[in-house]
Design a protein around this ligand. Structure first.
Ligand SMILES: [Zn+2]
Length: 579
Protein backbone atom coordinates (compact mmCIF):
# COMPACT_ATOMS: atom_id res chain seq x y z
CA UNK A 1 0.00 0.00 0.00
CA UNK A 2 1.52 3.39 -0.96
CA UNK A 3 2.52 5.64 1.91
CA UNK A 4 0.08 8.22 3.13
CA UNK A 5 -2.96 6.78 1.43
CA UNK A 6 -5.55 5.22 3.64
CA UNK A 7 -7.58 2.69 1.73
CA UNK A 8 -10.11 2.56 4.49
CA UNK A 9 -12.64 0.35 2.81
CA UNK A 10 -11.16 -1.96 0.22
CA UNK A 11 -13.45 -4.90 0.60
CA UNK A 12 -13.57 -7.51 -2.13
CA UNK A 13 -17.30 -7.79 -1.77
CA UNK A 14 -19.08 -4.54 -2.46
CA UNK A 15 -22.59 -4.49 -1.10
CA UNK A 16 -25.66 -2.61 -2.24
CA UNK A 17 -26.40 -0.75 0.99
CA UNK A 18 -24.98 0.34 4.28
CA UNK A 19 -26.91 1.21 7.41
CA UNK A 20 -26.23 4.49 9.19
CA UNK A 21 -27.61 6.17 12.27
CA UNK A 22 -29.01 9.62 11.52
CA UNK A 23 -30.87 12.23 13.52
CA UNK A 24 -34.43 11.65 12.34
CA UNK A 25 -35.48 15.29 12.06
CA UNK A 26 -33.35 17.69 14.07
CA UNK A 27 -31.77 17.65 17.53
CA UNK A 28 -34.72 19.43 19.16
CA UNK A 29 -37.06 16.55 18.29
CA UNK A 30 -36.95 14.04 21.14
CA UNK A 31 -38.31 10.52 21.32
CA UNK A 32 -40.44 8.98 24.08
CA UNK A 33 -37.23 8.27 26.03
CA UNK A 34 -36.46 12.04 26.01
CA UNK A 35 -33.38 11.47 23.89
CA UNK A 36 -32.73 12.91 20.42
CA UNK A 37 -34.82 10.88 18.01
CA UNK A 38 -32.50 8.93 15.71
CA UNK A 39 -33.18 6.28 13.10
CA UNK A 40 -31.12 3.61 11.39
CA UNK A 41 -31.46 4.13 7.64
CA UNK A 42 -30.11 2.43 4.55
CA UNK A 43 -28.03 4.41 2.09
CA UNK A 44 -26.50 3.14 -1.16
CA UNK A 45 -23.11 1.54 -0.59
CA UNK A 46 -19.99 3.21 -1.93
CA UNK A 47 -16.34 2.48 -1.28
CA UNK A 48 -15.55 5.01 1.42
CA UNK A 49 -12.40 6.96 2.11
CA UNK A 50 -11.47 9.24 4.96
CA UNK A 51 -13.15 12.63 4.77
CA UNK A 52 -15.53 10.82 4.60
CA UNK A 53 -15.64 10.57 0.83
CA UNK A 54 -17.68 8.32 -1.46
CA UNK A 55 -18.26 8.09 -5.22
CA UNK A 56 -20.84 10.89 -5.45
CA UNK A 57 -20.45 12.84 -2.22
CA UNK A 58 -17.43 14.24 -0.38
CA UNK A 59 -17.59 15.72 3.08
CA UNK A 60 -15.19 18.65 3.26
CA UNK A 61 -15.12 19.77 6.87
CA UNK A 62 -13.41 23.10 6.34
CA UNK A 63 -14.54 25.80 8.72
CA UNK A 64 -14.02 29.26 7.22
CA UNK A 65 -14.82 30.86 10.58
CA UNK A 66 -11.82 29.23 12.26
CA UNK A 67 -9.72 28.36 9.20
CA UNK A 68 -9.46 24.76 10.36
CA UNK A 69 -9.82 21.65 8.25
CA UNK A 70 -10.90 18.34 9.78
CA UNK A 71 -10.67 14.91 8.19
CA UNK A 72 -12.94 12.27 9.63
CA UNK A 73 -12.73 8.51 9.47
CA UNK A 74 -14.42 6.74 6.59
CA UNK A 75 -18.05 5.92 7.31
CA UNK A 76 -18.66 2.33 8.36
CA UNK A 77 -21.94 0.68 9.13
CA UNK A 78 -21.16 -0.86 12.52
CA UNK A 79 -23.18 1.95 14.15
CA UNK A 80 -20.41 3.65 16.17
CA UNK A 81 -22.85 6.33 17.38
CA UNK A 82 -25.41 3.92 18.87
CA UNK A 83 -24.75 4.64 22.53
CA UNK A 84 -23.23 8.08 22.31
CA UNK A 85 -24.87 10.58 24.72
CA UNK A 86 -26.93 13.37 23.12
CA UNK A 87 -24.53 16.08 24.25
CA UNK A 88 -21.71 14.35 22.37
CA UNK A 89 -23.85 13.61 19.33
CA UNK A 90 -24.67 17.31 19.00
CA UNK A 91 -21.02 18.36 19.10
CA UNK A 92 -19.20 15.47 17.42
CA UNK A 93 -17.95 16.67 14.04
CA UNK A 94 -17.52 13.07 12.85
CA UNK A 95 -21.21 12.49 13.51
CA UNK A 96 -22.07 15.74 11.72
CA UNK A 97 -20.15 14.37 8.73
CA UNK A 98 -22.15 11.13 8.85
CA UNK A 99 -25.41 13.08 9.14
CA UNK A 100 -24.80 15.21 6.03
CA UNK A 101 -23.36 12.32 4.04
CA UNK A 102 -26.17 9.89 4.93
CA UNK A 103 -28.96 12.41 4.39
CA UNK A 104 -27.64 13.66 1.06
CA UNK A 105 -27.00 10.08 -0.11
CA UNK A 106 -30.60 9.04 0.65
CA UNK A 107 -31.97 12.07 -1.15
CA UNK A 108 -29.88 11.45 -4.25
CA UNK A 109 -30.94 7.78 -4.14
CA UNK A 110 -34.64 8.74 -4.06
CA UNK A 111 -34.19 10.69 -7.30
CA UNK A 112 -32.00 8.08 -9.00
CA UNK A 113 -34.37 5.24 -8.13
CA UNK A 114 -37.41 7.10 -9.46
CA UNK A 115 -35.66 8.13 -12.68
CA UNK A 116 -33.78 4.86 -13.17
CA UNK A 117 -30.35 6.30 -13.87
CA UNK A 118 -27.39 8.12 -12.40
CA UNK A 119 -28.05 11.83 -12.21
CA UNK A 120 -25.36 14.32 -13.15
CA UNK A 121 -24.67 17.31 -10.93
CA UNK A 122 -25.09 20.81 -12.36
CA UNK A 123 -21.28 21.22 -12.48
CA UNK A 124 -18.43 19.21 -13.97
CA UNK A 125 -17.30 17.24 -10.87
CA UNK A 126 -18.62 13.77 -10.15
CA UNK A 127 -18.74 14.50 -6.45
CA UNK A 128 -20.83 17.06 -4.64
CA UNK A 129 -18.93 18.59 -1.73
CA UNK A 130 -20.79 18.72 1.58
CA UNK A 131 -19.39 21.36 3.91
CA UNK A 132 -20.97 20.82 7.34
CA UNK A 133 -19.39 23.83 9.08
CA UNK A 134 -18.97 26.29 6.24
CA UNK A 135 -19.55 29.59 8.06
CA UNK A 136 -20.79 30.99 11.35
CA UNK A 137 -24.36 31.90 10.39
CA UNK A 138 -27.74 30.14 10.57
CA UNK A 139 -28.03 29.64 6.84
CA UNK A 140 -27.34 26.95 4.26
CA UNK A 141 -27.22 26.98 0.49
CA UNK A 142 -26.23 25.20 -2.70
CA UNK A 143 -23.42 26.76 -4.72
CA UNK A 144 -22.96 25.59 -8.31
CA UNK A 145 -19.57 27.35 -8.60
CA UNK A 146 -18.22 25.51 -5.59
CA UNK A 147 -20.01 22.29 -6.49
CA UNK A 148 -21.03 22.26 -2.87
CA UNK A 149 -23.72 22.40 -0.24
CA UNK A 150 -22.61 24.89 2.39
CA UNK A 151 -24.06 24.55 5.87
CA UNK A 152 -23.63 27.25 8.49
CA UNK A 153 -23.76 27.08 12.27
CA UNK A 154 -24.26 29.45 15.17
CA UNK A 155 -21.46 28.91 17.70
CA UNK A 156 -22.40 28.39 21.34
CA UNK A 157 -22.37 31.37 23.68
CA UNK A 158 -23.08 31.89 27.37
CA UNK A 159 -26.84 31.59 26.89
CA UNK A 160 -27.28 28.74 24.52
CA UNK A 161 -25.74 25.80 22.79
CA UNK A 162 -24.47 25.83 19.24
CA UNK A 163 -27.00 25.35 16.43
CA UNK A 164 -25.83 23.32 13.44
CA UNK A 165 -27.87 23.46 10.23
CA UNK A 166 -26.05 20.30 9.05
CA UNK A 167 -27.83 18.32 11.80
CA UNK A 168 -31.27 19.18 10.47
CA UNK A 169 -32.52 16.43 8.19
CA UNK A 170 -34.86 18.85 6.42
CA UNK A 171 -32.22 21.47 5.70
CA UNK A 172 -29.84 18.88 4.23
CA UNK A 173 -32.59 17.31 2.11
CA UNK A 174 -33.79 20.72 0.89
CA UNK A 175 -30.30 21.78 -0.23
CA UNK A 176 -29.55 18.39 -1.81
CA UNK A 177 -32.79 18.68 -3.77
CA UNK A 178 -31.64 22.07 -5.13
CA UNK A 179 -28.37 20.45 -6.31
CA UNK A 180 -30.14 17.52 -7.96
CA UNK A 181 -32.71 19.76 -9.68
CA UNK A 182 -29.93 21.98 -10.97
CA UNK A 183 -28.27 18.93 -12.52
CA UNK A 184 -31.53 17.97 -14.23
CA UNK A 185 -32.65 21.42 -15.41
CA UNK A 186 -29.71 23.85 -15.42
CA UNK A 187 -31.72 26.55 -17.16
CA UNK A 188 -34.13 26.84 -14.28
CA UNK A 189 -31.74 29.33 -12.70
CA UNK A 190 -32.12 31.74 -15.64
CA UNK A 191 -34.27 34.84 -15.12
CA UNK A 192 -37.85 33.78 -15.80
CA UNK A 193 -41.46 34.13 -14.78
CA UNK A 194 -41.90 33.57 -11.03
CA UNK A 195 -43.07 29.94 -11.16
CA UNK A 196 -39.56 28.83 -12.06
CA UNK A 197 -37.72 30.08 -8.96
CA UNK A 198 -40.77 29.12 -6.88
CA UNK A 199 -40.56 25.58 -8.22
CA UNK A 200 -36.95 25.22 -7.01
CA UNK A 201 -37.97 26.27 -3.49
CA UNK A 202 -41.32 24.50 -3.37
CA UNK A 203 -40.00 21.23 -4.77
CA UNK A 204 -37.03 21.26 -2.37
CA UNK A 205 -39.49 21.70 0.52
CA UNK A 206 -41.72 18.91 -0.77
CA UNK A 207 -38.78 16.52 -0.99
CA UNK A 208 -37.82 17.48 2.58
CA UNK A 209 -41.37 17.00 3.85
CA UNK A 210 -41.93 13.66 2.15
CA UNK A 211 -38.50 12.39 3.22
CA UNK A 212 -39.37 12.98 6.86
CA UNK A 213 -42.07 10.37 6.41
CA UNK A 214 -39.48 7.74 5.59
CA UNK A 215 -38.22 8.27 9.15
CA UNK A 216 -40.77 5.98 10.77
CA UNK A 217 -40.13 7.04 14.42
CA UNK A 218 -40.96 10.68 13.60
CA UNK A 219 -44.36 9.72 12.25
CA UNK A 220 -45.18 7.29 15.05
CA UNK A 221 -44.40 9.99 17.54
CA UNK A 222 -46.54 12.53 15.68
CA UNK A 223 -49.50 10.11 15.63
CA UNK A 224 -49.60 10.38 19.39
CA UNK A 225 -49.31 7.88 22.24
CA UNK A 226 -50.51 4.33 21.63
CA UNK A 227 -52.31 2.04 24.08
CA UNK A 228 -50.57 -0.95 25.64
CA UNK A 229 -51.19 -2.99 22.48
CA UNK A 230 -49.55 -0.34 20.32
CA UNK A 231 -52.90 0.81 18.91
CA UNK A 232 -54.42 4.25 18.39
CA UNK A 233 -57.98 5.39 17.73
CA UNK A 234 -59.42 5.66 14.27
CA UNK A 235 -60.12 9.33 14.95
CA UNK A 236 -56.38 10.05 15.08
CA UNK A 237 -55.85 8.90 11.51
CA UNK A 238 -58.82 10.55 9.81
CA UNK A 239 -57.84 13.15 7.22
CA UNK A 240 -58.73 16.12 9.42
CA UNK A 241 -56.66 14.69 12.27
CA UNK A 242 -53.73 13.85 10.01
CA UNK A 243 -53.72 17.44 8.76
CA UNK A 244 -54.13 18.95 12.17
CA UNK A 245 -51.79 16.81 14.21
CA UNK A 246 -49.29 14.80 12.23
CA UNK A 247 -48.61 17.13 9.33
CA UNK A 248 -48.81 20.28 11.41
CA UNK A 249 -46.38 18.81 13.90
CA UNK A 250 -43.90 17.61 11.31
CA UNK A 251 -44.16 20.89 9.44
CA UNK A 252 -43.62 23.02 12.52
CA UNK A 253 -40.52 21.09 13.34
CA UNK A 254 -39.20 21.38 9.81
CA UNK A 255 -36.80 24.25 9.75
CA UNK A 256 -37.16 24.82 13.47
CA UNK A 257 -33.39 24.60 13.78
CA UNK A 258 -32.97 27.92 12.04
CA UNK A 259 -33.63 30.54 14.62
CA UNK A 260 -33.84 33.55 12.35
CA UNK A 261 -35.73 31.81 9.58
CA UNK A 262 -39.35 31.05 8.99
CA UNK A 263 -38.55 27.40 8.67
CA UNK A 264 -39.54 25.67 5.50
CA UNK A 265 -43.20 25.29 6.13
CA UNK A 266 -45.22 28.10 7.56
CA UNK A 267 -48.86 27.62 8.23
CA UNK A 268 -49.61 29.21 4.87
CA UNK A 269 -47.82 26.27 3.24
CA UNK A 270 -50.39 23.94 4.72
CA UNK A 271 -53.50 25.63 3.41
CA UNK A 272 -54.79 25.81 -0.13
CA UNK A 273 -53.84 29.20 -1.61
CA UNK A 274 -56.52 31.91 -1.80
CA UNK A 275 -58.50 32.21 -5.01
CA UNK A 276 -56.69 34.47 -7.45
CA UNK A 277 -53.31 33.98 -5.72
CA UNK A 278 -51.64 34.07 -9.11
CA UNK A 279 -52.35 37.79 -9.44
CA UNK A 280 -51.38 38.78 -5.91
CA UNK A 281 -48.07 40.62 -5.49
CA UNK A 282 -47.09 38.62 -2.38
CA UNK A 283 -47.08 35.51 -4.57
CA UNK A 284 -44.34 37.00 -6.76
CA UNK A 285 -41.89 36.11 -4.01
CA UNK A 286 -40.45 32.63 -4.77
CA UNK A 287 -40.87 31.06 -1.33
CA UNK A 288 -44.43 32.25 -0.91
CA UNK A 289 -45.25 31.08 -4.40
CA UNK A 290 -43.47 27.77 -3.77
CA UNK A 291 -45.79 27.18 -0.80
CA UNK A 292 -48.64 26.71 -3.27
CA UNK A 293 -46.94 23.51 -4.43
CA UNK A 294 -46.14 22.45 -0.89
CA UNK A 295 -49.79 22.84 0.12
CA UNK A 296 -50.82 20.69 -2.83
CA UNK A 297 -48.34 18.00 -1.82
CA UNK A 298 -49.74 18.07 1.73
CA UNK A 299 -53.27 17.50 0.52
CA UNK A 300 -52.26 14.72 -1.84
CA UNK A 301 -50.28 13.01 0.88
CA UNK A 302 -53.25 13.04 3.27
CA UNK A 303 -55.58 11.65 0.64
CA UNK A 304 -53.23 8.88 -0.46
CA UNK A 305 -52.45 7.97 3.13
CA UNK A 306 -56.14 7.83 4.02
CA UNK A 307 -56.81 5.57 1.02
CA UNK A 308 -54.02 3.27 2.13
CA UNK A 309 -55.35 3.09 5.69
CA UNK A 310 -58.78 1.79 4.66
CA UNK A 311 -58.00 -1.94 4.78
CA UNK A 312 -56.56 -1.52 8.27
CA UNK A 313 -59.70 0.18 9.54
CA UNK A 314 -62.44 -2.08 8.30
CA UNK A 315 -62.13 -4.86 10.78
CA UNK A 316 -65.69 -5.70 11.70
CA UNK A 317 -65.01 -7.42 15.01
CA UNK A 318 -63.33 -4.34 16.45
CA UNK A 319 -66.08 -2.02 15.31
CA UNK A 320 -69.02 -0.79 17.28
CA UNK A 321 -72.04 0.95 15.76
CA UNK A 322 -70.62 4.35 14.87
CA UNK A 323 -67.07 3.16 14.21
CA UNK A 324 -65.61 5.00 17.16
CA UNK A 325 -64.36 1.81 18.72
CA UNK A 326 -62.13 1.05 15.76
CA UNK A 327 -58.44 1.22 16.49
CA UNK A 328 -55.42 0.85 14.29
CA UNK A 329 -51.92 -0.38 14.92
CA UNK A 330 -49.77 2.74 15.23
CA UNK A 331 -46.70 1.21 13.60
CA UNK A 332 -48.78 0.03 10.62
CA UNK A 333 -50.41 3.45 10.29
CA UNK A 334 -46.97 5.08 10.24
CA UNK A 335 -45.79 2.55 7.69
CA UNK A 336 -48.71 3.38 5.40
CA UNK A 337 -47.79 7.06 5.79
CA UNK A 338 -44.24 6.27 4.76
CA UNK A 339 -45.49 4.31 1.73
CA UNK A 340 -47.88 7.08 0.73
CA UNK A 341 -45.06 9.64 0.96
CA UNK A 342 -42.70 7.46 -1.01
CA UNK A 343 -45.31 6.86 -3.74
CA UNK A 344 -46.08 10.53 -4.04
CA UNK A 345 -42.41 11.50 -4.09
CA UNK A 346 -41.60 8.91 -6.74
CA UNK A 347 -44.52 10.08 -8.85
CA UNK A 348 -43.41 13.72 -8.65
CA UNK A 349 -39.74 12.95 -9.35
CA UNK A 350 -40.59 10.76 -12.35
CA UNK A 351 -42.25 13.79 -13.90
CA UNK A 352 -39.02 15.80 -13.89
CA UNK A 353 -37.77 14.24 -17.13
CA UNK A 354 -40.92 15.41 -18.90
CA UNK A 355 -40.51 19.05 -18.01
CA UNK A 356 -39.49 21.55 -20.68
CA UNK A 357 -35.84 22.61 -20.28
CA UNK A 358 -36.69 26.32 -19.99
CA UNK A 359 -39.53 28.68 -19.05
CA UNK A 360 -41.16 26.41 -16.50
CA UNK A 361 -44.61 27.08 -15.16
CA UNK A 362 -46.76 25.12 -12.69
CA UNK A 363 -48.98 23.72 -15.43
CA UNK A 364 -45.85 22.07 -16.87
CA UNK A 365 -45.35 20.18 -13.62
CA UNK A 366 -48.89 18.83 -13.57
CA UNK A 367 -48.59 17.85 -17.20
CA UNK A 368 -45.21 16.17 -16.75
CA UNK A 369 -46.22 14.15 -13.72
CA UNK A 370 -49.39 12.93 -15.39
CA UNK A 371 -47.58 12.00 -18.63
CA UNK A 372 -44.75 10.17 -16.86
CA UNK A 373 -47.11 8.33 -14.56
CA UNK A 374 -49.22 7.13 -17.47
CA UNK A 375 -46.11 5.58 -19.04
CA UNK A 376 -45.27 3.55 -15.96
CA UNK A 377 -48.73 2.86 -14.50
CA UNK A 378 -50.97 2.69 -17.59
CA UNK A 379 -54.13 1.72 -15.69
CA UNK A 380 -54.42 4.13 -12.82
CA UNK A 381 -56.62 1.84 -10.71
CA UNK A 382 -55.92 3.74 -7.51
CA UNK A 383 -57.01 6.97 -9.17
CA UNK A 384 -53.86 8.91 -8.24
CA UNK A 385 -53.73 10.83 -11.50
CA UNK A 386 -57.32 12.05 -11.17
CA UNK A 387 -56.56 13.03 -7.61
CA UNK A 388 -53.53 15.02 -8.74
CA UNK A 389 -55.35 16.76 -11.57
CA UNK A 390 -58.31 17.54 -9.30
CA UNK A 391 -56.11 19.07 -6.60
CA UNK A 392 -54.07 21.18 -9.02
CA UNK A 393 -57.16 22.42 -10.82
CA UNK A 394 -58.79 23.38 -7.54
CA UNK A 395 -55.72 25.58 -6.92
CA UNK A 396 -56.15 27.17 -10.36
CA UNK A 397 -53.36 25.19 -12.07
CA UNK A 398 -54.47 23.55 -15.30
CA UNK A 399 -52.81 21.22 -17.77
CA UNK A 400 -51.59 23.49 -20.54
CA UNK A 401 -52.89 23.10 -24.05
CA UNK A 402 -50.64 22.93 -27.12
CA UNK A 403 -47.40 22.27 -25.33
CA UNK A 404 -47.15 18.55 -25.95
CA UNK A 405 -47.41 16.54 -29.12
CA UNK A 406 -48.18 12.86 -28.75
CA UNK A 407 -46.01 11.99 -31.73
CA UNK A 408 -47.07 8.35 -32.06
CA UNK A 409 -50.59 9.43 -32.96
CA UNK A 410 -49.63 12.61 -34.84
CA UNK A 411 -51.02 13.00 -38.34
CA UNK A 412 -47.58 13.55 -39.79
CA UNK A 413 -45.13 11.26 -38.01
CA UNK A 414 -41.45 12.26 -38.05
CA UNK A 415 -38.94 11.08 -40.65
CA UNK A 416 -36.08 8.82 -39.65
CA UNK A 417 -34.17 8.85 -42.94
CA UNK A 418 -30.46 8.36 -42.26
CA UNK A 419 -30.95 8.47 -38.50
CA UNK A 420 -28.98 6.05 -36.36
CA UNK A 421 -31.48 4.82 -33.76
CA UNK A 422 -28.82 3.86 -31.24
CA UNK A 423 -27.45 7.41 -31.50
CA UNK A 424 -30.75 8.84 -30.36
CA UNK A 425 -30.02 7.33 -26.95
CA UNK A 426 -26.68 9.00 -26.39
CA UNK A 427 -25.44 11.31 -29.14
CA UNK A 428 -26.27 15.03 -29.16
CA UNK A 429 -25.29 15.38 -32.82
CA UNK A 430 -27.55 12.52 -33.86
CA UNK A 431 -30.47 14.09 -31.99
CA UNK A 432 -29.73 17.44 -33.61
CA UNK A 433 -29.73 15.75 -37.00
CA UNK A 434 -33.15 14.30 -36.17
CA UNK A 435 -34.43 17.68 -35.01
CA UNK A 436 -33.11 19.40 -38.17
CA UNK A 437 -34.70 16.78 -40.42
CA UNK A 438 -38.04 17.11 -38.66
CA UNK A 439 -38.06 20.80 -37.75
CA UNK A 440 -41.04 21.59 -40.03
CA UNK A 441 -43.06 18.66 -38.68
CA UNK A 442 -42.24 19.50 -35.08
CA UNK A 443 -42.85 23.19 -35.83
CA UNK A 444 -39.44 24.19 -34.52
CA UNK A 445 -38.30 27.47 -36.06
CA UNK A 446 -34.63 27.10 -37.05
CA UNK A 447 -34.06 30.85 -37.46
CA UNK A 448 -32.87 30.90 -33.85
CA UNK A 449 -29.78 29.52 -32.19
CA UNK A 450 -30.67 25.90 -31.43
CA UNK A 451 -28.62 23.41 -29.43
CA UNK A 452 -29.22 19.94 -28.01
CA UNK A 453 -28.29 20.30 -24.35
CA UNK A 454 -28.65 16.76 -23.06
CA UNK A 455 -29.42 13.21 -24.18
CA UNK A 456 -30.04 10.71 -21.40
CA UNK A 457 -31.14 7.07 -21.48
CA UNK A 458 -33.54 6.11 -18.68
CA UNK A 459 -35.10 2.95 -17.28
CA UNK A 460 -38.22 3.33 -15.22
CA UNK A 461 -39.71 0.54 -13.16
CA UNK A 462 -43.41 0.72 -12.44
CA UNK A 463 -45.12 -0.69 -9.33
CA UNK A 464 -45.87 -3.94 -11.14
CA UNK A 465 -42.27 -4.39 -12.25
CA UNK A 466 -42.91 -3.08 -15.75
CA UNK A 467 -39.69 -1.62 -17.17
CA UNK A 468 -40.07 1.39 -19.44
CA UNK A 469 -36.81 2.19 -21.27
CA UNK A 470 -36.67 5.58 -22.97
CA UNK A 471 -34.25 8.27 -23.88
CA UNK A 472 -34.89 11.91 -23.12
CA UNK A 473 -33.23 14.77 -25.00
CA UNK A 474 -33.60 18.50 -24.42
CA UNK A 475 -32.97 21.36 -26.84
CA UNK A 476 -32.60 25.04 -26.17
CA UNK A 477 -33.35 28.00 -28.44
CA UNK A 478 -32.11 31.49 -27.74
CA UNK A 479 -32.09 34.92 -29.35
CA UNK A 480 -30.82 38.38 -28.33
CA UNK A 481 -32.59 41.50 -29.60
CA UNK A 482 -33.61 44.96 -28.48
CA UNK A 483 -36.96 45.80 -26.95
CA UNK A 484 -37.79 47.69 -30.16
CA UNK A 485 -37.02 44.62 -32.27
CA UNK A 486 -39.18 42.57 -29.92
CA UNK A 487 -42.11 44.93 -30.47
CA UNK A 488 -41.61 44.73 -34.23
CA UNK A 489 -41.35 40.94 -34.31
CA UNK A 490 -44.25 40.27 -31.96
CA UNK A 491 -46.61 43.14 -32.67
CA UNK A 492 -46.95 43.49 -28.88
CA UNK A 493 -46.26 46.64 -26.86
CA UNK A 494 -43.97 46.76 -23.85
CA UNK A 495 -44.52 49.09 -20.90
CA UNK A 496 -42.72 52.49 -20.89
CA UNK A 497 -40.32 51.38 -18.14
CA UNK A 498 -38.61 49.19 -20.76
CA UNK A 499 -36.63 51.55 -22.98
CA UNK A 500 -36.82 50.52 -26.67
CA UNK A 501 -33.01 50.28 -26.78
CA UNK A 502 -32.87 47.72 -23.93
CA UNK A 503 -31.16 44.45 -24.87
CA UNK A 504 -33.31 41.42 -24.15
CA UNK A 505 -32.62 37.70 -24.29
CA UNK A 506 -35.41 35.24 -25.08
CA UNK A 507 -35.49 31.48 -24.54
CA UNK A 508 -37.46 28.61 -25.94
CA UNK A 509 -36.88 24.89 -26.13
CA UNK A 510 -38.29 21.46 -25.69
CA UNK A 511 -37.95 17.92 -24.47
CA UNK A 512 -37.96 14.96 -26.87
CA UNK A 513 -38.86 11.57 -25.44
CA UNK A 514 -37.82 8.56 -27.56
CA UNK A 515 -39.09 5.04 -26.90
CA UNK A 516 -36.90 1.93 -26.71
CA UNK A 517 -36.85 1.61 -30.51
CA UNK A 518 -35.62 5.18 -30.96
CA UNK A 519 -39.03 6.43 -32.12
CA UNK A 520 -40.04 9.85 -30.93
CA UNK A 521 -43.14 9.54 -28.78
CA UNK A 522 -43.51 12.88 -27.02
CA UNK A 523 -42.47 16.42 -27.80
CA UNK A 524 -42.91 18.81 -24.89
CA UNK A 525 -42.13 22.39 -25.85
CA UNK A 526 -42.03 26.07 -24.99
CA UNK A 527 -41.90 27.91 -28.28
CA UNK A 528 -39.49 30.79 -28.49
CA UNK A 529 -42.10 32.52 -30.64
CA UNK A 530 -44.79 32.43 -27.95
CA UNK A 531 -44.65 36.23 -27.88
CA UNK A 532 -47.33 36.64 -25.23
CA UNK A 533 -45.26 34.56 -22.81
CA UNK A 534 -42.12 36.48 -23.76
CA UNK A 535 -43.95 39.75 -23.13
CA UNK A 536 -45.15 38.58 -19.70
CA UNK A 537 -41.62 37.50 -18.83
CA UNK A 538 -40.00 40.78 -19.86
CA UNK A 539 -42.62 42.80 -17.99
CA UNK A 540 -42.17 40.66 -14.88
CA UNK A 541 -38.38 40.96 -14.97
CA UNK A 542 -38.59 44.74 -15.48
CA UNK A 543 -41.16 45.14 -12.71
CA UNK A 544 -39.07 43.16 -10.21
CA UNK A 545 -35.84 44.92 -11.18
CA UNK A 546 -34.13 41.81 -12.51
CA UNK A 547 -31.72 43.50 -14.90
CA UNK A 548 -28.09 42.52 -15.23
CA UNK A 549 -25.18 44.94 -14.69
CA UNK A 550 -25.60 46.25 -18.26
CA UNK A 551 -29.30 46.95 -17.57
CA UNK A 552 -30.29 44.16 -19.93
CA UNK A 553 -33.39 42.01 -19.41
CA UNK A 554 -33.60 38.24 -19.42
CA UNK A 555 -29.88 37.56 -19.68
CA UNK A 556 -28.23 35.10 -17.37
CA UNK A 557 -27.42 37.27 -14.40
CA UNK A 558 -23.78 38.20 -14.06
CA UNK A 559 -23.50 37.03 -10.46
CA UNK A 560 -22.21 33.57 -9.84
CA UNK A 561 -25.01 31.01 -9.85
CA UNK A 562 -24.44 29.78 -6.34
CA UNK A 563 -24.67 33.34 -5.18
CA UNK A 564 -28.10 33.44 -6.75
CA UNK A 565 -29.21 30.87 -4.16
CA UNK A 566 -27.42 32.56 -1.29
CA UNK A 567 -29.21 35.76 -2.25
CA UNK A 568 -32.56 34.11 -2.73
CA UNK A 569 -32.27 32.55 0.68
CA UNK A 570 -31.41 35.90 2.22
CA UNK A 571 -33.26 38.32 0.01
CA UNK A 572 -35.29 41.22 1.32
CA UNK A 573 -38.22 39.77 -0.54
CA UNK A 574 -38.07 36.52 1.32
CA UNK A 575 -39.43 37.78 4.63
CA UNK A 576 -36.40 36.63 6.55
CA UNK A 577 -36.22 33.04 5.42
CA UNK A 578 -32.84 31.62 6.11
CA UNK A 579 -32.54 28.63 3.81
ZN1 LIG B 1 -34.00 26.71 -1.02
Amino acid sequence: MPDGIDFADDTDQPRTHMTLRLIAQDPTVLGEDERILTALVRVPWSRMEVGPRGARLHVVDYDTATGRYYRHAAITDDDPFADVPDTTLKKDRAFHAQQVYGTAARTLAAFETALGRRLPWGFANHQLALVPHAFAEANAYYSREDGALLFGYVPADADREAVYTCLSHDVVVHETAHAVLDGLRRRYLEPALPDQAAFHEGFADIVALLSVFSMRPVIERALGPADKNGRIKRASVEPAALRRSVLAKVAEEIGGVLTQGRGALRESARKPPPTGWDEMPEFDEPHRRGEVLVALAFELLVEIWWKRLQPLLSRPKAADGDGRGITVDRARAAEEGARAASQLLTMLIRGLDYLPPVEFDYGDLLNAVVLADAEVVPDDDLGYRDLLIGRFEAAGIKRPQNRVTDVLTAQRPPHYLGINFAGLRSDRDEVFRFLWLNAPRLEICTDYYTVIESVLPTQRIGPDGLIVPESVATYLQMVNMTAREFTDASGLELSPQIDPGTSVQLFGGGTLVFDQFGRLKLHIFKRLTDWKRQQRRLEYLAKTGRRDSLQRLGFSEGTARGQAFARLHNSDLSSGEAW
